[in-house]
Design a protein around this ligand. Sequence first.
Ligand code: GCU
Length: 607
Amino acid sequence: MKKIIVLFSLLLHVCGYAQTPLITNVPNRTTISLNGKWQYIVDPYETGFYNYRWKERNENDREAYWNSEVPENKTDRKEHGYTNKNVLNVPGDWNLQDPKFLYYEGTVWYKKSFDFKNVAADKKVFLHFGAVNYKADVYLNGKKLGAHKGGFTPFNFEVPPNLLKEKGNFLIVKVDNKRYADEIPTLNTDWWNYGGITRDVQLVLLPSAFMRDYSVQLSKSSVLAKEKKIEGWVKFSNGVNENLLLEIPELKFKKEIMVNGDSAAFSFTVPALALWSPKLPKLYQVILTSKNDKIKDKIGFRTIEVQGDKILLNGSPVFFRGICIHEEIPNPGRRASSNADALQLLKQVKELNANMVRLAHYPHNENMIRMADSLGILVWSEIPVYWTIDFDNAEVLRKAKQQLNEMITRDRNRASIIVWSVGNETPLTDARTKFMSELVQTAKQMDGSRLVSAALETHTENGVITVDDPLGQYTDIVSVNEYLGWYGGLPNDCRNAQWKIKYDKPLFISETGAEALGGFHGDSLTRWSEEYQQWFYREQVEMMKRMPSGFSGLSPWILNDFRSPRRNNPLYQQGWNNKGLFDHNGKKKKAFYVLKAYYDEMEKKMP
Ligand code: GCU
């Protein structure tokens, strides 16, 4: 037993971050939740990780914070310890759980003690994190399982056999949310750097040979045909030689799939199928049964594609009545993570009569995507390749591809997601366009069934807004952020604005918006007033009504006010970006009604 654990630890040090390939559909697997109260130690000098010569402590270092803090006798010196006086809720950012954490950027050690009744010998145990911002080093009973970087995507580790005990297990996670120039995102973001174990932590119990990942989708080729073609694949944790059963009970459909190896592809036709759409978000139960494993999922069947300068959903042109959202509950201003949080935010989206959300600027939690599936809201999902990334750095490209892979792997079976976005407002250089075009290619290789885009750059001269960002030659749709009348000019400059688009592709306005402090009123020329924001939206809407052909929708910035360390006007911001259509207390600002009226009109024109 000891040998296995030592070998496992050796493997970890060789690989650096020995993660296990991502297990998908965790909400429908056999899991044991480790959510709840975790003890913590704040460690700004990372004393628990480095000794006084700044050397990484070795695994058995008695003063390492992943090892027992219990003195061996009355003389033994221990200078760290966990106590019930210092606890944090998991999932949750630390920033809002105690005033000392609001602006904290650094390391916090989390500890969870738990018992574990033995599982059948043939089961494997995995430790799964929905997300940890930003870097996680994970130790179980003093043994390092691995590490992960990236604040908004899931990761998991296999627990070495026999490492878990019936009583007194202790899981310790070092969480570090410091920002670095060579990370994704980089030093500068217009959102709060919420740190912590911000999403669910679970033990996942699986058979020795299990279905790790799968794809079940409607083929584009059959979207207009009477008989619908479903295609996909299943990947196993290891090689098998058996028949897999795929069932769609509501269609009384069953299909045996022969698997000889660690994966199998399939395609078949079904007589009829209700296609998933915002109007009819139909989800079918899909059951995959192998010799040792069984997975149930709820899957919507739809297609999304581009034809010339039109976006087609299920073969018909669609107009995105969108809105941008941060993963934040505005009152009190904290990371969203639960089902209830997702429902709260998407109910606001429905109030706006929107049919689409741009989840800015990073993958949101899985509850949000599954709720969008159920409510029929189209989703743009994005990795935080935001602003001044270190585009010349090959390691940074690897990190971006890792996050892209984790995002796509987790959500590939979610009908609501129609766009994978590889970034936002990245400054034009050759290195940047090479970096970003590689990400576009990578996204297409990982999932050819969805559109791939990014918020591109524009430039404006003499009232002409030109879209000729070189990245636009690679993306399926041309998406741009535009703030004419807020960052430069006045809202009525929209009346004479002309658009010049280099590409014969659908055009999507991925952001437009203005700030207003909720409840602050003045005339329309009074900056920060609700009336200014209302004027801005009125002028923008009028411009949207005369956009060039191929204009396929917009997602204004933003649904709710949100925290940002960059926003420091002492009267109108105080650490908040107030471009929300709802204020901190969930009250609609005047501009909300301008956009809603436009969306009501557009729904009649393009239902
Ligand atoms: C930018 C950026 C957002 C930012 C917004 C703003 O376009 O994409 O992240 O918050 O504009 O300036 O408010």
